[in-house]
Design a protein around this ligand. Structure first.
Ligand SMILES: [Zn+2]
Length: 358
């Protein structure tokens, strides 16, 4: 009798594989600003009033994704730790092991860091939401299925409408979990069908203390991390992109009109979304100076920001807000990088500003 061919290992369903997932869960109970939303979730769950839709709102850097992962892990665990103040997934049961391997069939993810590179680069399309809904509707392993969309405001209108249909008539044993930095960009029809868990920004001193004490970050680095409010903040990791060069290029551009091409060249190496957020952060600090407030920037950055504030009037900077916001809003669109950056640079130094802003 012929020997049976060895069973082919099934590749993991790409929709449930996520590079960020197998990481250890962050300790939500020990993170001061996550404790309240986590306790609120636990209360809902323990009182049997967990909704079909949950939206976690708050800045990316504050661990909204980490909170979402804790919620998913806790709900799917067969034997979660129930000790008050220590509630968490057990990490060892069969479903926890599947989750840790990134192959839990009841987890359906649309994250920025997962395999869905298209979602990361161009927002969430209707096709991606349809695929999510399809796999969600036809797969069932345990009593609960969870669909998760990171930064749900990245959904375009059609994608949001597609998700709305499922939110209106959710299948039993299902949870739609989302995070958003700008919940106001989500359609009100979606917002009205989900319960919100808000992660509020801790005070500067609370965050600096937490970074230094629990993440062993040096104070100067902690100050920079707080200022940036980057998504790596919770990990205590400084950004890998060259924020110093990007800032110097902005100063050069604003104080020397001939620097458009060198600025564009410098900015080209940075993700447009990251650059847009950084320029807006610098803008906030420049406006603080124009309003007579103190700069919040770390000492290494403060002189550059003072130069920016001194060079142009507060009125000019106020107008630039719309230029920067527009750049942020199109930062995930598939535009030609060089053209988008050149347009931004020219708008920033245009003394009259384009007519479209009038
Ligand atoms: Zn478990």
């Amino acid at each position: 009798m012929a020997k049976a061919a060895p069973k082919k290992k099934q590749p993991a369903d790409p929709s449930v594989t996520d590079a960020a997932w197998p990481e250890e869960l962050i300790p939500v109970q020990e993170t001061p600003w996550l404790r309240a939303p986590w306790q609120r979730f636990l209360a809902m769950q323990q009182q049997g009033r967990l909704p079909h839709g949950l939206l976690i709102t708050g800045a990316r850097g504050l661990g909204t994704l980490g909170l979402a992962r804790n919620i998913m892990a806790y709900l799917l665990c067969n034997d979660p730790i129930a000790t008050p103040g220590k509630e968490s997934a057990c990490g060892v049961c069969s479903t926890c092991r599947l989750r840790l391997a990134g192959t839990h069939p009841d987890i359906h993810l649309l994250t920025r860091t997962g395999v869905s590179q298209a979602a990361s680069a161009h927002g969430v399309s209707v096709d991606e939401i349809r695929t999510l809904i399809e796999t969600f509707s036809f797969t069932r392993y345990g009593p609960l299925r969870i669909a998760f969309v990171e930064q749900a405001e990245r959904m375009n209108r059609n994608a949001a409408n597609s998700l709305l249909k499922l939110l209106e008539e959710p299948p039993s044993g299902s949870l739609f979990l989302m995070t958003a930095e700008r919940a106001d960009l989500l359609p009100s029809t979606i917002r009205s069908r989900v319960q919100r868990l808000s992660v509020t920004m801790p005070s500067r001193s609370a965050l600096l203390g937490w970074l230094c004490d629990t993440q062993s970050v040096a104070k100067t680095d902690a100050e920079l991390l707080w200022f940036m409010n980057d998504e790596q903040l919770m990990k205590g990791q400084l950004p890998t992109w060259d924020w110093q060069a990007a800032t110097a290029a902005l100063v050069e551009l604003m104080t020397d009109d001939g620097a458009v091409l060198t600025t564009v060249h410098c900015w080209q190496g940075i993700e447009r979304d990251t650059l847009a957020r950084w320029l807006l952060r610098l803008w906030v600090d420049v406006m603080r100076l124009h309003s007579g407030l103190q700069s919040e920037a770390p000492v290494t950055l403060a002189p550059l920001i003072r130069r920016l504030a001194q060079h142009d009037s507060g009125e000019h900077w106020l107008k630039l807000h719309r230029v920067l916001l527009e750049f942020l809003q199109t930062a995930t669109h598939p535009l030609n990088d060089e053209l988008a950056l050149a347009r931004l640079a020219l708008d920033l130094i245009d003394p009259t500003l384009p007519h479209r802003l009038a």
